[in-house]
Design a protein around this ligand. Structure first.
Ligand SMILES: Nc1ncnc2c1ncn2[C@@H]1O[C@H](COP(=O)(O)OP(=O)(O)OP(=O)(O)O)[C@@H](O)[C@H]1O
Length: 556
């Protein structure tokens, strides 16, 4: 019996049912086993709610996204077979997922340029069946998700915008469903069909498609950068952000509390940018990173000759921030002597450089931040209580990332966009598996740690591809989906078990199969590999030495 592509590329092994966890996975993507009837009802409601034009667009784009996901799976197999076979995995997967049985009947492919012209016949499309049930035979083709899938799959595979269009359909009374495929530019850009593929702003590939559609119409679109944008919509994050927003345009001293990398400096900058001081300088100093004997001259300035090494007079950060904002990061690390001077400046608004006598009036809004427990530092005599009360008029705690996992997908998306711009790449976002790994991570380094992982992911993911778990983590976490599985033939077991089942299926498919001959062959092989050591051979066969001796005797 000829092997199907599904068998040849072992695709069944990539479909994993983790019933204990209530999940089905196809490679890196979470899948759903839905009732066609229920989806048909939803489809009908889409037409009722959005009208024909709106519903078609949604269905096409939904199919497009699914096709792209499957193309990623296929692309990961390139190198394992003939490119056309690998491309053909798309139609096979579409059949595997129960949507339709497609057959490519004509094709003209330029692999170098990524051009595909073709014709595909569809049999058993679920969509035409469902459409006829709900609406009867109509005047237009109806297999919108299928058209979207084929377009998404092929566009992702060829890295070119290839558009499929249904030219005959059983849903409008034709006796077969047939799709034509051409590169987008070969279709009439003005008849509105390409608009179905357009989306309101959003994920790749729509972003890329929008570029291509705009280019087809002779327009241009500038790069989008999300650099510097504060992201977060969890209630915990919004509560902190609300406090910041209310305080931004006031002179009040704000104390930002939170672990390393939660975004304290980012909040401080945001407050500055959204205050009436925005046109004046924002000056930041990390009090923990400057040697104790230099911190005072850094903060308050120094006059020439004030101490050995002070060869020039220079202003401190307070003077440089005049009119603007001074961000005192790690304020808990400030030495006690500097704390006294800082308090005086905060109370009087006057700075005196080290070794100088001139009093300088400054108008500085101070925002301090710390990740140490200041009340405890006070109790231990490391921090002055009076300074603490001065700084903490308006404390804002930024929650750690692990307490607001709901922000992770949005943050990851913004950070991916940031690094795509930086590295001049366009990617298809995170795979579902990669996102799950991010959600499960402990995040001791908070958003900074997330940012580092995302940067690594953007760098390592292939152009146009998706960021996989291995691109993010140098040492990927153990896969949480490798528990109990059910392979497609319904046998419960783990991954090893389903491999075994597959092997058995392949063996049974051979016309000349003979159980005893196979057992004999396996025993011979194991004994030979173990150089005649029966204990080792028995271990390799998963039986006891006594059982092996018995079988050998039986054969003799
Ligand atoms: N809500 C957010 N949205 C987008 N980016 C964020 C957000 N929070 C933090 N970041 C990014 O995470 C990184 C770390 O943030 P930031 O330096 O502000 O943290 P921090 O709390 O001041 O860290 P530390 O205490 O170590 O100084 C920065 O690159 C920042 O842009």
């Amino acid at each position: 019996m000829a092997q199907t592509l599904i068998e040849q590329f072992n695709l069944r092994s990539r479909l994993r049912f983790n019933i204990d966890a209530g999940q089905i996975w196809l490679d890196e993507n979470r899948m759903l086993l839905l009732h066609a009837k229920a989806v048909g009802h939803m489809r009908r409601e889409l037409f009722d709610a959005l009208g024909e034009h709106g519903a078609r667009g949604v269905l096409i784009r939904m199919g497009f996204g699914a096709g792209q996901q499957d193309a990623e799976l296929a692309r990961s197999l390139i190198g394992e077979g003939d490119p056309f076979d690998v491309f053909n995995i798309g139609p096979e997967l579409h059949a595997f997922e129960g949507m339709v049985r497609p057959t490519i009947t004509k094709k003209e492919i330029d692999w170098e340029k990524g051009i595909f012209f073709g014709e595909v016949l569809l049999a058993n499309t679920w969509e035409a069946e469902s459409h006829i049930q709900h609406f009867g035979i109509g005047d237009d083709p109806v297999c919108w998700t299928i058209v979207g899938y084929a377009s998404g799959y092929t566009s992702q595979f060829f890295k070119r915008f290839i558009v499929f269009r249904e030219v005959s359909c059983v849903g409008r009374g034709d006796h077969a469903c047939k799709l034509l495929a051409k590169p987008a530019e070969a279709w009439d850009p003005d008849d509105g069909y390409l608009d179905y593929f357009r989306q309101h702003r959003g994920d790749y590939p729509m972003r890329r498609l929008e570029d291509e559609l705009t280019a087809l119409r002779g327009g241009a679109r500038g790069p989008v950068s999300t650099e510097g944008e504060i992201v977060g919509s969890s209630p915990e994050f919004r509560a902190a952000f609300d406090l910041i927003r209310k305080a931004a345009n006031s002179p009040i001293s704000v104390l930002l509390l939170g672990e390393t990398g939660v975004g304290k400096e980012m909040f401080a900058r945001w407050m500055h940018d959204n205050s009436d001081r925005a046109d004046a300088p924002f000056v930041a100093i990390n009090c923990g990173a400057i040697p104790h004997d230099l911190i005072e001259s850094e903060l308050f300035g120094v006059e020439k000759g004030a101490f050995t090494g002070a060869q020039h007079s220079r202003p401190g950060r307070f003077e440089r921030a005049d009119g603007g904002t001074l961000f005192l990061d790690e304020v808990g690390d400030l030495p006690l002597a500097a704390q006294v001077k800082l308090l005086r400046v905060l109370q009087t608004g006057e700075v005196e450089r080290l070794g100088g006598h001139q009093i300088r009036k400054v108008s500085v809004r101070v925002i301090a931040a710390t990740n140490v427990d200041l009340p405890r530092a006070i109790a231990e005599g490391r921090f002055r209580a009076d300074l603490y009360y001065r700084l903490s008029t308006y404390p804002v705690t930024i929650p750690p990332l692990r307490e607001r996992p709901g922000d992770i997908p949005q943050l990851a998306k913004a950070l991916i966009a940031k690094y795509e711009t930086r590295y001049g790449k366009q990617l298809g976002g995170l795979t579902d598996r990669a996102l799950r790994a991010l959600l499960a991570h402990a995040w001791h380094g908070n958003v900074r740690e997330l940012e580092n992982l995302v940067e690594r992911g953007v760098l390592l993911a292939p152009e146009g591809g998706q960021i996989e778990i291995e691109h993010l983590f140098a040492d990927p976490p153990a896969d949480t989906d490798s528990g109990a599985q059910v392979d497609v033939s319904g046998v419960v077991g783990n991954a090893e078990e389903s491999n075994r089942n597959r092997l058995c299926e392949q063996v049974l498919d051979k016309d000349s199969f003979n159980l005893e001959a196979h057992e004999r062959r396996l025993i011979e092989l194991a004994v030979r590999r173990a150089n005649g050591n029966l204990t080792h051979a028995a271990k390799a066969l998963g039986i006891s030495r006594r059982q092996l001796s018995y079988r050998l005797k039986r054969r003799a």
